[in-house]
Design a protein around this ligand. Structure first.
Ligand SMILES: Nc1ncnc2c1ncn2[C@@H]1O[C@H](COP(=O)(O)OP(=O)(O)O)[C@@H](O)[C@H]1O
Ligand SMILES: [Mg+2]
Length: 377
């Protein structure tokens, strides 16, 4: 990577084993995980803006016209694959640039092209409150898990959100709601929302059924979890075909135009769905569990998911686990490391203290991060 966050330039060579990154606060550990998360379309694990991650001391645009760039060679089931992404400096683009992605030397064919060779799931300290806060963060977590399972999911999500944004804008601009041309256009957008939205909800539904089965068992000392989806879209799909559900969604959009115009957003649809997680043994909703238990539930879900993806796609997702190990007791730590190795996932784990990772032994590879430089130990 070049000119990304605190890194002027970094080249890291590693093998297939999990990667342990240790170093003092501010060394650049999370930045490195964030760079990996940027290999996929989206805003990465900090949900940063493209301009925020440009190294602040970077003096000039890089050769090739980029402000920052990240590339990786992946060892995939079908052989080595080169992927890369960056922020291309353009005069007219938003903040003077636009995101570009490449695969094997050519522009990536579609958003899902990269998702077909790489899936990345992360757990970061910010997610400690995932079960306590609003549904948006849980939905993002869910959709990332689904995308790791089904590469077309991201495109579906974008299609839906784009149609929804256009409809909201149109409703806002036509405050009287009387213009016939706009009404036709709104109907067309509602049709697009219904098609992509029900496809989105159906993909989540299929996925959650499988994930729920996997999570019911728990993983070693990590708690068994019951997971279900809740929301209007889930109700429409209950005992109905996708086409019938689309009709219901379209009717509901058509009849809530006035309310949506007033609210400035669509009040119903899969963008309002949520996941409900229950700690099975305690028979307690995740939000009512202790902070430590909530974290253990999240780890349990991520491990069950990794196992599911590795069975389905013959490759486990990359796991980015920022400062996870330090907060686990030694039993759970060992179980986490064992499961990562058993699934064959390349987990990238950070911590300030290398001792915490001792149970990995030589099953992992170790790097020391200091002042945005990385060296093997
Ligand atoms: N755009 C940027 N340009 C240069 N440095 C940055 C940028 N964004 C963050 N940093 C620096 O990166 C460092 C934090 O790195 P981080 O990876 O979060 O540390 P840690 O090792 O504790 O996880 C801070 O010193 C911060 O100032
Ligand atoms: Mg950090």
């Amino acid at each position: 990577m070049t000119d990304f966050r605190s890194y002027a330039s970094l080249k890291l060579k590693c093998d297939m084993r999990p990667v342990v990154l240790t170093g003092p606060n501010g060394a650049g550990k999370t930045n490195l995980l964030e760079a990996i998360s940027f290999l996929l379309p989206g805003r990465g694990l900090r949900r940063a803006r493209l301009t925020d991650v440009t190294r602040s001391d970077a003096r000039d645009v890089l050769p090739g016209g980029m402000r920052w760039a990240i590339a990786a060679t992946l060892d995939t089931a079908t052989g080595p694959t080169e992927i890369g992404t960056g922020f291309e400096a353009t005069a007219e683009g938003e903040d003077g640039g636009r995101r570009v992605s490449r695969m094997n030397g050519a522009p990536a064919r579609s958003q899902s092209a990269i998702g077909q060779v790489l899936s990345v799931v992360w757990l970061v300290p910010d997610m400690d409150r995932l079960f306590m806060e609003g549904a948006a963060a849980r939905r993002r977590f869910l959709d990332r898990l689904v995308a790791a399972f089904d590469a077309a999911h991201t495109a579906r999500l974008n299609e839906y959100e784009q149609a929804m944004r256009e409809r909201t804008r149109l409703l806002r601009d036509d405050r009287t709601g009387l213009r016939a041309v706009d009404a036709k256009w709104v109907s067309a957008l509602e049709k697009r929302m219904a098609e992509s939205g029900i496809a989105l909800a159906a993909a989540r539904r299929v996925f959650v059924q499988r994930l729920a089965a996997a999570c019911q068992l728990g993983v070693g000392p990590f708690p068994a979890a019951a997971i279900s989806l809740v929301g209007d879209a889930e109700g429409w799909l209950e005992n109905r075909s996708a086409l019938e559900a689309e009709d219901l969604f379209r009717d509901s959009l058509a009849s809530s135009r006035a309310a949506d115009r007033e609210a400035g957003r669509a009040l119903t649809g899969p963008h309002r769905s949520d996941i409900d997680v229950v700690n099975i043994r305690k028979n307690r909703p995740a939000a009512g569990c202790s902070t430590g238990e909530q974290k253990a539930l999240l780890i349990s879900i991520v491990l069950a998911h990794a196992r599911l993806v590795s069975l389905d796609r013959a490759t486990a997702p990359l796991l980015l686990m920022d400062e996870i190990a330090a907060h686990l007791d030694s039993d759970r730590r060992s179980a986490l490391f064992d499961e990562i190795c058993a699934v064959g996932a390349q987990a990238w784990m950070t911590g300030t203290d290398p001792e915490v990772f001792e149970a990995f032994g030589d099953r992992a590879q170790y790097f020391r991060v200091d002042c945005a430089t990385v060296r093997g130990v």
